[in-house]
Design a protein around this ligand. Structure first.
Ligand code: FES
Length: 131
């Protein structure tokens, strides 16, 4: 009667992968961790707005001195909204329309409003605050 051999698979778990990931990092696709200057406030027309493609933000100025900012990524299929026409932000892909003051859906297939972003106007420059 030979009992099963006891195979002690020594579980020496050597963790020796020289990965000094270092946490943190400057991931390219991450949201900005610091303030980001979008451009001159004067570029955003009163009663209209401007799309900042690089930052994926749309800034509107419904009334003089009152700036609003929203994500420029359409909530339908993630196209970038194309333009601001008066009180509307338009998505060129399938025709969704959003309220330039609130980001609310006015029409089209978009299921939800454009999320607001935080901006600040300093010395005539629009600063996007980190999310
Ligand atoms: S992605 Fe904007 S309407 Fe479809």
């Amino acid at each position: 009667m030979v009992a099963g051999a006891l195979v002690a698979a020594g579980g020496a778990t050597l963790v020796a992968c020289g990965g000094g990931g270092g946490g943190g990092g400057d991931g390219k696709d991450k949201a900005p961790a610091a303030d980001k200057t979008l451009g001159a406030a004067s570029e955003v027309p009163v009663g209209g707005g401007k799309v900042y493609d690089n930052a994926k933000v749309v800034v509107t100025q419904p009334t003089a001195g009152d700036f609003k900012a929203f994500t420029a990524v359409c909530t339908h299929q993630q196209c970038l909204v194309g333009s601001v026409k008066g009180t509307e932000i338009d998505c060129p892909c399938h025709g969704s329309r959003f309220d330039a003051s609130t980001g609310k859906v006015l029409g089209g297939p978009a299921p939800s409003p454009l999320a607001p972003k935080t901006i600040q106007v300093t010395d005539g420059q629009i600063i996007l605050k980190p999310a």
